[in-house]
Design a protein around this ligand. Structure first.
Ligand code: AKB
Length: 318
């Protein structure tokens, strides 16, 4: 039986991952760790243990790991790419000083650790199309720099101390439940809200700028599948390319337009977001994840669009 601590359990991925983990492993075996200013509410709060924990507080982390006999840590504490550019030192502190704390407590208490990386770990001189698993990683953003460091430090703890660290490089994550905040790929969520509300969508990313994206249910499946994978089959660890769809604003717009013929898009580019997006790959090659732990996506753009529009219409009462 696993005992899991999710750090950042009220964030974009954390809130949904915590609920999914509770379904898999039992409510009482998954502790939702949150920072004081982001208290859980509703089902997340009611369905299982919740504890205040800041990734910067090593003592509290160790206390919780011992109190709940934790054997697996999902470390989701991070600032997203755009917000990190306005607070680079904080982004590093949370991403890397925080990661040291997590890795140390994992080493001392024999925990497995999942700390996600991102398509943001690649940079402008990375091969752009079908980006290979092992390739050039020279990102220009503090987000990317901290993600590459996360990958290296996690591998280091595995090689030097035998800590069971594993990770994926998440594409932009699209969900009908949790809103992202401060990312470059946020437009791909916002566009569905505009469509369902009957508004014209003002797109901050230019036509022709492709990025990899993934529907939240696939992102959750990937996180759990990787941590369940047979370690003997893992050649790579930190971090696996995973992929399910790649599109630019026009492609997603037309997918929505086929279902909502009055929907309109206009472009008003955000220079920072655009520059970051242009420095990221168009699409990732996820063949290592497929070969080493059986990864496959269940949602493509069409299936995701049907589901997003249906679920959001119900939730927004439109
Ligand atoms: C962001 O846009 O910052 C994130 C990511 C792709 O890592 N969604």
């Amino acid at each position: 039986m696993k005992n899991i601590l999710v750090i950042g359990a009220t964030g974009q991925i954390g809130s949904e991952l915590t609920m999914e983990l509770r379904k898999h492993y039992g409510n009482s075996n998954v502790v939702a760790g949150y920072i004081q200013s982001a208290e859980p509410t509703g089902e997340l709060k009611e369905s299982g243990p919740c504890e205040v924990v800041d990734v910067m507080d090593a003592d509290r982390l160790a206390e919780l790991v011992r109190m709940y006999n934790i054997d697996t840590i999902y470390n989701l504490a991070a600032l997203l790419s755009v917000v990190a550019e306005s607070k680079p030192q904080l982004a590093w502190k949370i991403g890397i000083d925080g990661l040291w704390n997590v890795l140390e407590v994992a080493r001392e208490n024999n925990c497995a650790v999942f700390t996600p990386s991102s398509i943001g770990s690649f940079g402008p001189n990375t091969p752009k199309v079908k980006t290979p698993q092992d390739t050039i990683q020279r990102p220009k953003t503090i987000y990317g720099i901290s993600k590459v460091t996360t990958e290296l430090l996690s591998d280091y703890y595995h090689l030097k101390y035998g800590v069971d660290t594993r990770s994926v490089r998440f594409p932009g994550i699209i969900s009908n439940i949790t809103l992202p905040g401060g990312g470059t790929t946020d437009y791909a969520v916002d566009i569905y809200y505009a469509a369902v509300k009957g508004e014209t969508f003002v797109c901050p990313i230019d036509q022709g700028t492709r990025m990899d994206m993934m529907y939240m249910p696939d992102a959750l499946r990937a996180s759990i599948m990787l941590m369940e994978a047979d370690p003997a089959k893992l050649i790579h660890r930190n971090a696996f390319n995973i992929a399910s769809m790649s599109f630019d604003p026009e492609i997603i717009y037309h997918a929505i337009l086929r279902r909502k013929p009055d929907f309109k898009i206009i472009y008003d580019l955000n220079p920072l977001k655009q520059a970051i997006a242009e420095s990221w790959p168009d699409s990732l090659d996820d063949s290592c994840a497929r070969a080493e732990w059986g990864w496959y996506p269940e949602y493509d753009l069409e299936r995701m669009t049907d589901d997003m529009l249906e679920k959001l219409s119900i939730r927004l009462n439109k």
